[in-house]
Design a protein around this ligand. Structure first.
Ligand code: PAF
Length: 290
């Protein structure tokens, strides 16, 4: 495994790989890797000849009051983990390498970036879409891997790739969870022991929503109200949102049908956590829908 820090060196390393027809899988990350990332890398390893993992804490996706400077970083640990997972190239550029000048060209999908997490993080997904499009151009992978845990991000990247005809397949990888259901996240390290125990309410609320739908509930408002009540009742936890949206467009719906994403966000102490589950329901005109 080699660690590369410049775009030119990366292109020099990947051009011969591409010329002989070997497939390239890209796993974009911001580092401080955990088991969720490891699942992305092992999935990429199984499906490609060459695996590139990028580690870049992208300033463009952090708002003025967010944790860019404090975001945890540990390149040595990440390199060890990635070597053990069979990664071929770690691409760890500096901020100046990716943004030699302030970015003037930005990629934004306002209808999808201003909903859900976008209401409290208005510039976040523009930063994500911009850096992911740069990484896809720099690496030119056959496939790129993203976690379902960041469901809004994944939907936005899928749509960006479709709308702008990027020649890449986007692979969504299921969320990795702790035994009690808490989704693995780099932010979990900020939780105290007490907060950690309350944090499971996000997954419990989503499971309650799945049970509501399985019992025949098709009113989005009812499912949302139940999730919101469960999260709001949990000590140390402040609800940001509980929503049910179309999984592809991220738009809200009244009656549940088709591909849906049930998504929640909450502050546990000072730490903001998100989670979601996907469900595939019969279309509205189906004889199975009351
Ligand atoms: O999910 C992340 O870690 C980041 O948002 C990503 C996709 C690497 C872009 O910076």
């Amino acid at each position: 495994m080699q660690t590369i820090t410049t775009i030119q060196q990366l292109r020099n390393a990947l051009d011969p790989v591409r010329r002989v027809g070997r497939s390239i899988g890209l796993v974009p990350t911001m580092g401080y890797l955990h088991e969720g990332h490891a699942r992305l890398v092992t999935t990429a390893r199984a499906q490609n000849d060459e695996v590139v993992v990028s580690i870049f804490v992208n300033p463009l996706q952090f708002g003025p009051n967010e944790d860019f400077a404090q975001y945890p970083r540990d390149l040595r640990h990440d390199e060890q983990l990635l070597a053990s997972l069979g990664c071929d190239i770690v691409f760890a550029p500096s901020v100046d390498e990716i943004y030699p000048e302030p970015a003037v060209t930005l990629v934004d999908l306002p209808a999808m970036s201003q909903v859900l997490c976008g209401r409290t993080r208005p510039i976040h997904f523009r930063g994500v879409a911009t850096v992911v499009s740069k990484l896809l151009h720099i690496v030119q992978p056959d496939k790129a891997y993203f976690g379902q845990k960041d469901g809004q991000q994944l939907a936005i990247i899928r749509r960006m790739v479709q709308d702008l005809n990027f020649p890449v397949e986007i692979v969504g990888v299921p969320t990795v969870r702790e035994p009690d259901g808490l989704a693995k996240s780099s932010r979990n390290i900020y939780l105290s022991q007490l907060e950690r125990s309350h944090a499971t309410v996000l997954y419990r609320a989503l499971q309650a929503a799945v049970a509501d739908v399985a019992a025949g509930q098709i009113s989005a408002a009812m499912v949302i109200a139940n999730m919101a009540a469960l999260i709001s009742a949990e000590p140390e936890v402040r609800l940001d949102y509980a929503e049910v949206v179309n999984a592809q467009t991220l738009q809200p719906m009244d009656r549940l049908s088709g591909s849906i994403m049930m998504a929640v966000a909450a502050y546990v102490g000072k730490t903001r956590l998100i989670d979601n589950v996907l469900l595939e329901l019969p279309p509205l005109d189906s004889p199975n829908v009351p």
